[in-house]
Every structure is written in structure tokens, then in C-alpha cells.
Design a binder for this molecule. Sequence first.
Ligand code: SAH
Length: 233
Amino acid sequence: MLIEIITLFPDGIRAMLNESIPARAQRFEAVEIELIQLRDFATDKHHTVDDKPLGGGPGMVLKVEPIANCIRHLRKTRPEPEPYIIYTSPQGRQLDQDLVEELAKKQRLTIICGHYKGLDQRAIDEFIDTEISIGDYILSGGEIPAVAIADSIIRLQPGVLGDAASAMGDSFTRGLLDHPHYTQPAEWEGIKAPDVLLSGHHAKIDEWREKQAVDRTKKLRPDIYEKQLGIRN
Ligand code: SAH
């Protein structure tokens, strides 16, 4: 899988994606990540990428030409596979595990990070396949959302997680929140981990974990629990 990220601020993204699981995924060539500096595609000698809003008002808007140049350049230098182009935007479909699983199947994603007031609408209309939000709040730019999108997709690529079963237990993956986890020491400052986890009885441990996952989901996320009941019935 190829993930291209178009941004004015590649350093922060690079730092995040070159650690831990995403770094390993790149080493194993499960994913190739390319960071593209939007400023390189500006058309004037000052490398201007933003301008004042037409019609007036505060803030700056990212210009359409650098984005058009950049997307066309990426398509030309690598015609295949066809990119699926995402704009990180608070107005988009909210990222959840279902959407992550859909995106994880694509061969090539191009993520455009907005900044300031956002993109000139013509860039969105002409080039974007989908807008994705990471929640109903406003960030300074699309870099944090791009990392969230990329990271959540990368960990689903085959072979990236050491143990494929590990992802299956994670919250949202099977319609329940995860169960609680404990590690050594079995007793810490007088507080014991649940006895069942030390019993060595795997069926009982599985049963306990399942009940914890169900109880937690019911308590913390009744919306997910109701949906899951609907699916099971
Ligand atoms: N004026 C825009 C917000 C601009 S915020 C509006 O109200 O819709 C600047 C940039 O940060 C956006 O272009 C977008 O790329 C990114 N951004 C901010 N919040 C985001 C969120 N919740 N999800 C995804 N991207 C976001």
C-alpha cells in the first residue's frame, strides 16, 4: 500500500510515522509512506501557497494551483494504481473503525492536509474523493488527522501486527470495547490483579474477559452495545 501525504508541515508527520508500529510496517514494506511538501508546487518565485479569502474576512486560504500541480505531478510520476484522494476536514465523514477497514483495502491513498481556513473549494470539488474528519472540533491543520488516518490503516495491513489476533480484541473491531489488561506484578501496593488471570484456566479466562468486554461496553458505550444486540438478534 502507498500512502502519500501532501502537507506544508511534513516534519511532525514524519516523526510520528517513523516510530513504533508504522516504522516497522515501512521496514517490512507493508506500506510505503511519501511526504510531499505542498510549497514545492507553488507557481510563483516566493512559493506562495495561501492567499486572502475572496470576498474579504479573516484568515488565509490554501490556493488551488499548488494543489492541482501537486496532484497532477503525483499522478504523472506514478500513474498506477489510481489514488483515492482524501481531504482532512472537520466537515467530512467521521473516522471510525468501519471506515478505517474500508480505507485499509485501498492500494493507494493520497491525503491532503488543510491549514489556515482550509482549501479553496475548487480544489475540493475537482480533486477530492472524500473528506474525513477525526471529530467535531477544530485543529490548526490536517497533520494530526493525517497521522491518525495513516496509523489506523497501517496497523491493519497484513503482517504488521506481530499477532493478528491482537487487533481482533481491540475496541470497535468486533463491536465491543476491549476487556481490561493486567501484567506483572500480580500484586502492586496491595492491589491484586483478578485471581482468574492467574488460574491458568484458559476457558475461564476467556469467559471472564468476554463478560468484562460486554459489561464495559454496556456501561461506557450503550450506543455500541445496542447496535451489537441488533446484529446478534
Ligand atoms: N474553516 C474550516 C476549518 C479549518 S481548520 C472549517 O470550519 O471547516 C484548518 C485545517 O485543519 C482544515 O483545513 C483541515 O484540513 C484540518 N482540520 C481541522 N480540524 C479537523 C478535524 N476535526 N478533522 C480533520 N481535519 C481537521
